[in-house]
Design a protein around this ligand. Structure first.
Ligand SMILES: C[S@@+](CC[C@H](N)C(=O)[O-])C[C@H]1O[C@@H](n2cnc3c(N)ncnc32)[C@H](O)[C@@H]1O
Length: 215
């Protein structure tokens, strides 16, 4: 489906329920490459995933020894993620909670807070959510924000350019106090992948922001 076919005024919960309802599974089930690369260099601890979808990142973190929580708007996606955790014997290290991040207030601290492709063609207070996410990071912990910074190569016409945040946009949204945070990465990482079942490889540009809480 082209992004131009979507009504941007649609209620976000209805939109994402409908989107997850189009198929038994809409994502690959694998962890995102950026998360794997970043988390592999960190000691396992407590992780929080914002907009966890069908749970690919949370499930992978649990296999690496993390205790991980996923927050997600769609009940269908949460139910799939929960089933996958049970099926893979990871349920004791994983929690998935149906949560609307637009009204979420952090109440715990995590060693890693991650938001992978927390992007939506309907209403999403992305900058406010990312700013609030800083409050969920423990001292010594990391916040990782991965986003599509451009449409996949070859299908640019299907997308509105405004949907694609750049690393500097996401970094600015965090409003970090310089003496409390270290910016480790704010850059575009390029990878090859496929898009919605099309076997043709495409180039993806990921905006990657990784910051560490010092105090
Ligand atoms: C592009 S998907 C990415 C899913 C997952 N992080 C991944 O990488 O496979 C965006 C996700 O954000 C979720 N989402 C959108 N708005 C949300 C909100 N207000 N609160 C919580 N989740 C939301 C959607 O339901 C969807 O699962």
């Amino acid at each position: 489906m082209s992004m131009h076919d979507i009504d941007p005024t649609m209620n976000p919960q209805e939109f994402w329920e409908q989107r997850y309802g189009t198929s038994d599974r809409i994502w690959s089930g694998n962890a995102n490459a950026v998360l794997e690369k970043v988390a592999a260099s960190l000691p396992a601890g407590r992780a929080l995933d914002l907009g966890s979808g069908e749970g690919g990142d949370v499930l992978w973190l649990a296999t690496q020894g993390w205790h991980a929580t996923g927050l997600e708007l769609s009940a269908t996606a949460v139910s799939r993620a929960h089933e996958a955790a049970q099926r893979n014997g990871l349920a004791d290290r994983i929690e998935f909670l149906i949560t609307d991040l637009s009204i979420w207030q952090p109440s715990k601290h995590y060693d890693l807070v991650s938001a992978s492709f927390l992007q939506s063609p309907v209403a999403l207070d992305r900058a406010e959510i990312l700013q609030r996410a800083t409050q969920a990071v423990a001292v010594g912990g990391h916040l990782l924000i991965t986003a599509h910074a451009a449409p996949p190569s070859g299908v640019e016409k299907d997308f509105e350019r405004a949907m694609f945040p750049q690393p500097q946009d996401d970094l600015a949204a965090l409003e970090l106090a310089p003496d409390e945070w270290q910016v480790i990465t704010a850059d575009i990482w390029t990878r090859q992948g496929t898009h919605h079942g099309n076997p043709e490889p495409m180039t993806f540009e990921d905006s990657v922001v990784l910051v560490k809480r010092l105090a």
